[in-house]
Design a protein around this ligand. Sequence first.
Ligand SMILES: C=C(O[C@H]1C=CC=C(C(=O)O)[C@@H]1O)C(=O)O
Length: 470
Amino acid sequence: MTITPCRLDRAQNQTAIAQFLATCKRANLRKSSQIVSISLEIEPIDPLAVLQAIVRPDQRHFYFEKSGQQEAILAIDTTIELKTEGKNRFVEAKEFIRSASTNAIQFGDSETPFSGTHFFCSFSFFDQPLQENLSFPSASVFLPRWQVSRQADRCTIVANVVIDQTLDPERSSAQIWQKFQTIRAVKHQAIDLAIGLNKLARKDFSHTNHFKKSVLSVLESIQKKHLHKIVLAHALDVTLPIPFNLVNSLNNLRRLYSNCYIFSTNNSQGQTFIGASPERLVKIHNQHLETDALAGSAPRGKTAIEDIQLADRLLSSQKETHEHQVVIDFITRHLEELGLNTQRSSARLLQLPNIQHLHTPIRATVPSRVHLLDVVAKLHPTPAVAGAPRELACEQIRHYEQFERSLYAAPIGWVDQQGNGEFAVGIRSAVLNGCHARLFAGAGIVAGSNPDKELTEVQLKLQALLAALV
Ligand SMILES: C=C(O[C@H]1C=CC=C(C(=O)O)[C@@H]1O)C(=O)O
């Protein structure tokens, strides 16, 4: 990979880009297409405001924010992409990223946060859809045309261009420069906070009775020792008299759930997958890996005393700690199979406004031969969203759940050209489609689970989304 750091001077940057693209085109005469990523540090703006101001509903986007850590990244339009399905999907995604990154050229402000070449990925829970023509592919990886990111008060815009013999450097640099100006001009405006549920008409998709019956039936399998744990999900359909407002919904989510991943990605059929997930699947930064075991839940208390009592009960509950331990054991074992030495902290609480979870951070150092997507492939789906043993749990999920999980409970995140990146587990999520939305949430069933309590837990998780979608 060639890195050409060159500060784009304000007075002559369009010309500098044109000259650089022309040089790349001349140098590329005998090669096939090659990626150039042009990065520019700009004054702070809010990537969500950019999504609102310049992205049309039919344009592809990917949004990923950790508002508590003041980090947000927005990808717009597609330069190159891979859509695939099947058991090999993570390997194919890794190869696609590796081959596109190998000859990628960096130009401009290459030292700023999120500068350079980044790929945005979403996967469905199952590697093969139940129905033909699944609305979101089993695996989707794309390099955007434009990327806008913020980390604390540093913002970077990136334009990705394919260098081939059809490229017109003058025209391309003019387009890039104009887009950079349009993005810079987006004011750091406050997006209206519009929390309100009164217009939502609800319809239960998989009836609550079906959920409770499934829990009872799963408990029988657990007693017969066929299964240790299974995570059953519930889907709730809601409608509004007017189409859902994506940006206001995302804005609500980030304000309400500042310690969650806020994400959104769309398809060409007008559907957008959106959510606020507390669960990190994996992050790798400079070969340092972080992952989370997150399972075992309790509501938040209405008073401080009740809250402490619920927290204490959660930390000491045999049923909840068993549910949590299954996830720790699975993650540790699977990372060790990749040759990693894991270190884990003691279990703690991750507290969200209406629910709290048992949470164990797990860390490891990753050798360069292990790619982030190797880890994703190894971990997904963890028993926090599937169950144990994994294969049997997945079969049972297909048997009991009457809907397609699609991107729910699956990896969603990004990878850069060095293999750094971050994936969340797409739980507490919904698919928005005009005036309709389908919301998903699940609960882990183990020996000792009670169908009514599990349903209450799922409803609590769905409430978190219902409170934000407008
Ligand atoms: C599967 C979900 O949550 C998982 C993550 C945290 C706690 C969980 C639990 O206590 O059941 C679940 O394992 C979901 O929210 O849809």
